[in-house]
Design a protein around this ligand. Structure first.
Ligand code: FEO
Ligand code: CA
Ligand code: CA
Ligand code: CA
Length: 646
C-alpha cells in the first residue's frame, strides 16, 4: 500500500523563531510528511511481527556498569524489554478512575465519561509516595500528563492524518478536550504486580475545563483579561501538557507545550497581536480547529485567550480539591517540562526547555530559599525570582541571561512596559538578549549524583550549515544530541544552580555511528546501543542516565525506546537499549520508584504511523482486541528476580 500524504502529525516542532525563519506552511508540510516519508505505512506496519519479546538480546559487555543484556533494535507491533525483566500494564486510555466512571468503550464515547477516565497520550509521569512524605516504593500517586489526541485513532470513521482532524464533530472535540490535561491515580504493587486503584481517594482528572488561578507578574495583566475573566486571574483548564516536574515541597509542575495548534482566526494575520501570535506559531487555520466549536479558541472572539496558555502549572497531588496555579514568573513558551535542582544556599532552580526548532533553554531561580520545616512558606515561592535564558559560548562556558524588565533591551521602547510583558513574550525578550537558538530543547534534568544538568535536544532537521553554533554543531541534525551543563560546585555540597555562569559540553551526539555524520558516544557503542531523538530522561539512584526517545528512524529498523548509560567512569556515554516501544509510539516518563525496583514508562501515541486509522491501526497495543484501537498506556517494568533495575 502506498504511503499516504496525510500522515498523523507529530506536533512539536513547527519553528517560529524569526531568525532562521522559513514560511510556516512549508514547515508544517514538511512536518506532516515526516512520519510518512520515514515511516512505514499502516499496512506495512500491520505486517510487523506481533511478538518480539525476549527474542533479541545481545550479551552484556564492555565497561558499562549496567548489568542487563542489551535488547536488539527491532520494529514490532508489541513492545519488548531486556531479558530478565517484565512489562506490567498499569493503566490505559479510557480506564475508569473516578467513581461511577464507565468502562472504556471506543464505540460509545462521551465527554462526560472521558472526564472520569484516564486521558489520552500520556507523557510526563511522576510517582508521589504514599503515605505522603515517605520513601515508599510500593504505593503512591501516579501523576500523568495527557498531551494531545490522535483523532484518527480515537474515533471511528474519520480516516487518517489531517483529514481526520478536519472531520471532527463538536461532540468529538469535547471528548478530546476531556482527554487532555492530567490524571492523578493511586497505584499499588501487590504480590509483585502493579495495578491502579479504581476508586482511590486522591484520584483526579484535570482537563481543559478545570478552573485554575493565574499568579505572578502577568496575573491581572490587560493581555490576560477576557470577557469570562475580566480580572485576568482565573483561567479554565490546561492543555498540551507535555513533560513536567515536581518541587522540593511536594507539588507537581506541568508544562503547557503546543497550545498554539488549537487557536485560530483572522486575527492571527491581521489583528493587533498578530506579531506576538506569530512568534508563538499561532495560525489562522490551526491543525486542531477547536476554534470552529469553542469561541474561546477563536482569536477573533477571544483574542487574549492564547496568552493564558504556555505556562507552567503547579498543583498539590495530595489534595484533589486544590486549585492549580499557572506560575507566570516562569515565562510563557512551549514548556516541555520543568524540573528542579536545589542550590547549596537553598534557593531552587527550575530548568525548562522551549520545545521548538531554534528555541531556547531557560531556568527560573527562586528569590528565597525553600523551607523544609514550613510548607506554608513555600506555597508561593514560584511567584518571586529571576527567569534566565541560556547563551552557550564556543569556549565551553555559558551565561544565564536575566529576563528582567528594565534591564538591557527589555524596556518600554521595545514593547515591554512591565515584567508581565516580559514573561508573556518571553521568546521575544530572549531573542533581544541574544540567547542561543537550540535544536528543540526537550527535557532538562539534573543528575543528583553529580549536580550536572542534562539537556535533551531532540533534533532540528532545519538547521543549515551557516546556522550551526558550538552547542548545536550539526546542520540538518535529524538525530539530536544531549548537552551537559556543569554549574559551579557541581559534584560537591556547594553546587550553585543559581549562578549566572556555568560550563558545558556535549554528552552525546545521536545517530548511527559510522553512518550519520558527527555522532559522539563511548567508542564501545554496540549496533543496538545507538539512539535517535532524545526526549525525556531520568536518573537512577546510582546517577546513570535513562534516555527515552521520540522520533526513531524506523526506516533503519529502529523503534523508539529507553536507553541507559553511565554518566561517569569507563562506561560514560555507552548507551544500551533497554526497552523498545510498539510501532508508532514514543517513550515518556521515565520514572523510578525510590528503591529503583520499578521504572514507570508512559507509552504515548502507539499506532501513530502513516495511514493508521481506528479501523486499521498499525498496532492494537496493548490489548490487541479485534475492532479496538491502540491505547496510550502507562507500564511498569520490574526485574523478574525483584532486584533493582539496571
Ligand atoms: Fe511534547 Fe516536547 O514533546
Ligand atoms: Ca510527547
Ligand atoms: Ca517531549
Ligand atoms: Ca518529542
Amino acid at each position: 500500500m502506498p504511503e499516504t500524504p496525510d500522515a498523523p502529525i507529530e506536533i512539536e516542532d513547527i519553528g517560529s523563531n524569526p531568525d532562521p525563519r522559513r514560511p510556516i506552511g512549508e514547515l508544517i508540510a514538511e512536518r506532516l510528511s515526516r512520519r510518512g516519508l520515514l515511516g512505514v505505512a499502516a499496512a506495512a506496519a500491520a505486517a510487523l511481527p506481533v511478538m518480539a519479546q525476549d527474542t533479541g538480546n545481545t550479551p552484556q559487555g564492555g565497561p558499562s556498569s549496567l548489568g542487563f543484556p542489551e535488547l536488539r533494535h527491532q520494529l514490532s507491533q508489541r513492545d519488548a524489554v531486556a531479558e530478565g525483566h517484565e512489562i506490567q500494564l498499569v493503566i490505559r486510555w479510557g480506564d475508569p478512575i473516578l467513581p461511577d466512571a464507565p468502562e472504556h468503550d471506543p464505540h460509545r464515547q462521551s465527554a462526560e465519561a472521558q472526564a472520569r477516565q484516564f486521558g489520552y497520550n500520556n507523557d510526563y509521569l511522576d510517582f508521589f509516595p504514599l503515605p505522603q512524605g515517605s520513601r515508599a516504593a510500593e504505593r503512591g500517586l501516579l501523576v500523568v500528563n495527557h498531551e494531545y489526541t490522535n483523532t484518527n485513532l480515537m474515533f471511528p470513521g474519520l480516516g487518517s492524518g489531517r483529514e481526520a482532524r478536519a472531520r471532527v464533530s463538536a461532540e468529538q472535540c469535547a471528548i478530546e478536550r476531556a482527554a487532555m490535561g492530567l490524571s492523578v491515580v493511586e497505584v499499588r504493587r501487590q504480590d509483585g504486580r502493579w495495578s491502579y486503584v479504581k476508586d482511590g481517594r486522591w484520584n483526579r482528572r484535570i482537563t481543559v475545563e478545570t478552573p485554575m488561578r493565574l499568579s505572578g507578574p502577568a496575573a491581572g495583566h490587560a493581555r490576560l483579561r477576557t470577557a469570562e475573566d475580566p480580572d485576568g486571574t482565573r483561567v479554565r483548564g490546561t492543555m498540551n501538557n507535555c513533560a513536567g516536574g515536581n518541587t522540593p515541597w511536594g507539588t507537581v509542575l506541568t508544562g503547557e507545550e503546543n497550545f498554539n495548534m488549537y487557536f485560530g482566526g483572522e486575527a492571527a494575520e491581521a489583528g493587533p497581536q498578530a506579531a506576538a501570535y506569530k512568534r508563538y506559531g499561532i495560525q489562522k487555520q490551526p491543525i486542531f480547529g477547536w476554534n470552529r466549536y469553542e469561541p474561546r479558541f477563536d482569536l477573533d472572539a477571544t483574542p487574549n485567550e492564547p496568552n493564558r496558555f504556555g505556562w507552567v502549572v503547579e498543583f498539590d497531588p495530595y489534595d484533589p480539591q486544590s486549585v492549580p496555579v499557572k506560575r507566570t514568573a516562569l515565562g510563557r513558551f512551549k514548556h516541555e517540562g520543568c524540573t528542579h535542582a536545589v542550590s547549596a544556599d537553598g534557593r531552587v532552580a527550575f530548568y525548562s526547555g522551549d520545545d521548538e526548532r531554534f528555541e531556547y533553554v531557560y531556568k527560573f531561580v527562586t528569590a528565597r530559599p525553600w523551607d523544609p520545616a514550613n510548607p506554608a512558606a513555600n506555597r508561593d515561592l514560584l511567584d518571586e525570582g529571576t527567569l534566565y535564558v541560556a547563551r552557550f559560548e564556543a569556549n565551553g562556558t555559558m551565561r544565564w541571561l536575566p529576563l528582567v524588565h528594565g534591564r538591557g533591551p527589555l524596556t518600554e521602547a521595545n514593547g515591554f512596559a512591565s515584567q508581565g510583558d516580559v514573561v508573556i513574550e518571553a521568546r521575544r525578550a530572549a531573542d533581544l538578549l541574544g540567547a542561543t537558538p537550540m535544536d528543540r530543547p526537550e527535557d532538562v534534568e539534573t543528575n543528583p549524583a553529580n549536580g550536572r544538568v542534562y539537556v535533551m535536544l531532540t533534533n532540528n532537521g532545519n538547521r543549515k550549515a551557516e546556522q550551526v553554533n558550538a552547542a548545536n554543531p550539526r546542520a540538518a541534525n535529524i538525530h539530536g544530541h544531549v548537552l551537559e551543563i556543569v554549574p559551579p560546585g557541581a559534584g560537591t555540597a556547594r553546587v550553585d544552580h543559581a549562578a549566572e555562569e556555568a560550563r558545558w559540553g556535549i554528552f552525546l551526539a545521536a545517530g548511527k555511528p559510522g553512518i550519520d555524520p558527527g555522532t559522539q558516544y563511548h567508542r564501545g557503542i554496540s549496533n543496538d546501543g545507538w539512539l535517535s531523538c532524545p526526549d525525556n530522561c531520568a536518573f537512577d539512584s546510582k546517577g546513570r542516565i535513562w534516555i527515552a526517545t521520540d522520533g526513531a528512524p524506523i526506516a533503519a529498523g529502529v523503534a523508539d525506546g529507553l536507553y541507559a548509560a553511565d554518566t561517569s567512569g569507563p562506561g560514560r556515554a555507552l548507551t544500551r537499549l533497554f526497552y523498545q516501544a510498539p510501532t508508532g509510539a514514543e517513550v515518556c516518563g521515565p520514572k523510578f520508584t525510590p528503591d529503583d525496583r520499578t521504572v514507570f514508562l508512559a507509552i504515548q501515541h502507539p499506532g501513530e504511523d502513516a495511514g493508521s486509522t481506528f479501523e486499521r491501526p498499525s498496532t492494537r497495543w496493548p490489548d490487541f482486541r479485534e475492532g479496538a484501537p491502540p491505547r496510550p498506556s502507562v507500564i511498569a517494568i520490574v526485574r523478574r528476580d525483584g532486584g533493582a533495575i539496571g
